[in-house]
Design a protein around this ligand. Structure first.
Ligand SMILES: [Zn+2]
Length: 167
């Protein structure tokens, strides 16, 4: 189906075993966690079902149960790693090529500028290349975050060589 071929999330899913840490921060049978692209905010995560789903109403009971667990688990890890005041959890799925259901899990830092609070936080996506968190930084963040997730030290992809940065 051409619709599937155009889906960025499903294209990534086909390469699940070889994805870099930023595209595979964590994964279980139903959900994958990635670092958001084109963002100026380190730690902006995206939680995606592993099959092509475009609406929350399409989720199975198992996926729904995992959704709740992951939203809380990722928020707790972001609190630990970034010191954020809270997390935003948002799902729209309206961008071209990104209708695959995805939940943004965004660390909301205490000092976040007034204009970037609430829906304004999307002003931190789609930033100029020089403002974006680099691929290397996203990979490093992913590896650090894993240490704050259940079973995080034995995830199959990525390295945990930089333990010094974690503890
Ligand atoms: Zn998809």
């Amino acid at each position: 189906m051409s619709q599937l071929a155009a889906c960025y999330a499903c294209e990534q899913e086909k390469m699940i075993e070889t994805l870099p840490p930023r595209e595979r921060v964590a994964v279980d049978d139903a959900w994958r966690v990635a670092h958001a692209m084109d963002t100026a905010l380190a730690g902006w995560l995206v939680l995606l079902p592993r099959r092509h789903v475009v609406a929350v109403a399409e989720l199975t009971g198992v996926e729904a149960a995992g959704l709740g667990v992951w939203q809380v688990r990722l928020s707790q890890a972001l609190h630990a790693v970034t010191g954020c005041a809270k997390t935003y959890v948002i799902a729209f799925g309206e961008a071209e090529g990104f209708s695959h259901l995805h939940f943004h899990v965004v660390p909301r830092m205490a000092q976040l500028a007034e204009g970037l609070r609430g829906p304004g936080v999307f002003g931190l996506l789609g930033r100029a290349a020089e403002e974006q968190v680099s691929a290397a930084e996203m990979n490093q963040f992913a590896v650090v975050l894993r240490h704050h997730l259940p079973g995080g030290s034995d995830r199959p992809s990525g390295s945990c060589d930089d333990d010094s940065a974690v503890r």
